[in-house]
Ligand binder design. Sequence first.
Ligand code: KMH
Ligand code: ZN
Length: 278
Amino acid sequence: MDKLIITAAICGAEVTKKQNPAVPYTVEEIVREAKSAVDVGAAIVHLHVRRDDGTPTQDKARFQECEEAILKVCPDVILIPSTGGAVGMTPDERLQSTDTDPLPEMATLDCGTCNFGDEIFDNTMPTMRAFGKRMMERGIKPEYECFEMGHIDTILNMVRKGEAPGAPMQFNFVLGVPGCTPATVGNLCWMANAIPAGSTWTVTGVGRSAFQMAAAAIAMGGNVRVGFEDNLYLSKGVLAPSNGALVEKVVRIANELGRGIANSHEAREILGLAPRNK
Ligand code: KMH
Ligand code: ZN
């Protein structure tokens, strides 16, 4: 079994300081949270950015500033900027995170429309085709975000038609978003069995399912995403003081189960990314 790749989703677009004061908004706070996660074992940071008042934004300059600042203190980390942004943003707005200099090694590509709590996260076929085309043109490896079982079929069809980058594919199964596929081990197994051989996958368990999904993925040979985007608590009623604390808990579970943790160089190899030029 390959070593475990841990992704820290440090910020997200929806959670606020009211829910957990450690949620980062400013560049300095984003760097602090990224470093807290990387220092204890995260190989990847999944990045959303905010304005200083906490408003989610896909502004290219803000991504550029945050990415440069993170890479100054975590020079090896793999950054996966979001192209999902926040519900209601336009496709052009969302795509700005694939326009930075240098280009990101990876970016998320959301694989279909779905319920998102009381809202609808809109990913039409034309939107997804535009995102797939952008990533093929720019050599950006997508992380395919699948919130629903049907999203896997959707993206595999697009890849078959040459509309999005193909093998080796990296999937993130986001389970437990209200209104989407529930976070159960059965659903996770179904999804892990539905992707092509040679693909890699990560699970994101939203809310209280975070560590149950993590433990299942560790045992199955998959990878794990945790972070404030998905879960603000270390355990019932105990707010996590940092993203690092959430990553540390995953490392502890992995240690107990005898699974080693991949550093960023090892993660690049597992994901089929080019080694980082120094
Ligand atoms: N904020 C969600 C609506 C992604 O990063 O690609 C979408 C999201 C997915 O977070
Ligand atoms: Zn995200």
